[in-house]
Design a protein around this ligand. Structure first.
Ligand SMILES: Cc1cc2nc3c(=O)[nH]c(=O)nc-3n(C[C@H](O)[C@H](O)[C@H](O)COP(=O)(O)O)c2cc1C
Length: 387
């Protein structure tokens, strides 16, 4: 099926919360908690979803009824909606083939899909499924030879946008993952195995598709690593901090658009502008890294105001509905991304999950536009209630 897919969703699940509840029933607890949880006491996770909802929009009922459209131009491509799928690691652990399901649905609905370095689908496969439209998110390798090789593969796969991640200088402290033994890599404890036995559909699908692997990283991994050595290997493979000295050479190497993800302050936004990047994603990794940090909607407003005309400002973290997308655009973002919302969809509905979730969000956002009288997605700031 080509772009321009029909917008149709399953009326049993008309909200992301419905999908989350179903996902919780269908997948083992360790996988659900990996997806759902945040770091430490989950304060930042909660702020993301609650503070975004403090943003209010004003309807203009006496406007002549405009023909509103979700179409949004970004980096020279006209997408069918102002939202995309954020990079998520280990997707196949949460639902078998989840990366492939979401990549294909994103392509059919003409929205961006970002593939994580550490997920369970290769750059080449994601590119094939999206006819060269998938974006790629790079965890910075410690060795420049590995970095260059991954970048040239992304270039050969025709990825239009490379996303550099800067908000994981250290792994987040996530108590649920620690208890479940679900660090990098997942451990198969007796408890985890018992949880799997309680989720027969997930277990069956996992058997059919085989154990998930880090497909993009396979060429750099020694064969037959046991779980313990795999963890050490992954730790060595990536240099986590992302200072300017690491970004500048990538700007020279990468011919396409370059985006920095994880920006949470005006200072880092300014550096991104000076480094000649094309865009930033204001993000706190969905509340998984710094519990004492701000929710993303707060720095978004400041950053968009100061740098919105110098660099493309996008945002993720905490978006769970069409109205949330509208609130974020009204606060100054040109485009939005979601991580959990789409993964809840894939875990809840399997092969139908991507299509359902995108259709649902498109429908909700379209309703908001009709309701307030907003014609284009770039007009949302005119509908923001000033505080
Ligand atoms: C389970 C999980 C795994 C993630 N893995 C990655 C990753 O590999 N690379 C990355 O750049 N961001 C990763 N993220 C962060 C997302 O890209 C995104 O910033 C976050 O999910 C946005 O918040 P939301 O889930 O509230 O939409 C992950 C998020 C989750 C929930």
């Amino acid at each position: 099926m080509r772009n321009g897919k029909e917008i149709k969703f399953n009326s049993k699940y008309p909200s992301i919360e419905d999908l989350r509840n179903r996902a919780k029933q269908r997948i083992p607890r360790f996988a659900f908690e990996y997806l759902d949880g945040g770091c430490n006491e989950e304060v930042n996770l909660l702020k993301n979803t609650s503070e975004i909802r403090d943003v209010e929009l004003k309807p203009k009922y006496l406007n002549a009824g405009p023909e509103s459209s979700l179409k949004t131009e970004l980096f020279g491509h006209e997408y069918d909606a102002p939202f995309g799928i954020a990079p998520v690691g280990l997707q196949g652990l949460m639902w078998p083939n989840a990366s492939q399901i979401l990549a294909k649905a994103a392509f059919e609905h003409n929205i961006p899909f970002i593939l994580s370095t550490v997920t369970t689908c290769s750059i080449e496969k994601a590119s094939e499924l999206t006819e060269g439209r998938a974006w790629f998110q790079l965890y910075h390798p410690s060795e420049n030879s590995v970095r260059d090789d991954i970048i040239s593969r992304a270039q050969a796969a025709e990825c239009p946008v490379l996303v550099l991640l800067c908000d994981v200088p250290t792994f987040g402290f996530r108590p649920k993952e620690i208890k479940n033994g679900l660090s990098m890599p997942p451990k198969m404890t007796v408890n985890n195995i018992l949880q799997i036995l309680g989720k027969p559909r997930w277990a069956f699908e996992t058997l059919m598709h085989g154990q998930p692997n880090f497909e993009t990283l396979k060429p750099y991994m020694p064969k037959n690593l046991n779980l313990k050595h795999l963890g050490l290997f992954m730790d060595k493979l990536f240099s986590k901090r992302m200072p300017e000295e690491k970004i500048a050479p990538i700007r020279d190497l990468w011919k396409g658009k370059l985006v920095l993800k994880g920006v949470a302050t005006e200072e880092d936004a300014e550096r991104a502008v000076k480094l000649g990047l094309d865009g930033i994603i204001v993000s706190n990794h969905g509340g998984r890294q710094l519990d004492a940090g701000e929710s993303t909607i707060k720095p978004l407003t400041r950053i968009a105001e100061k740098y919105g005309d110098q660099i493309t400002v996008m945002m993720d973290s905490g978006i769970r509905s069409g109205p949330d997308v509208a609130r974020t655009l009204a606060s100054g973002a040109k485009f939005t991304f979601m991580g959990r919302s789409f993964m809840y969809g894939a875990a809840a509905l399997g092969r139908q999950g991507g299509d359902h979730t995108i259709s649902l969000l498109k429908t909700q956002l379209q309703q908001v536009m009709h309701q307030i009288g907003c014609e284009r997605t770039s007009d949302f700031p005119d509908y923001l209630v000033d505080r």
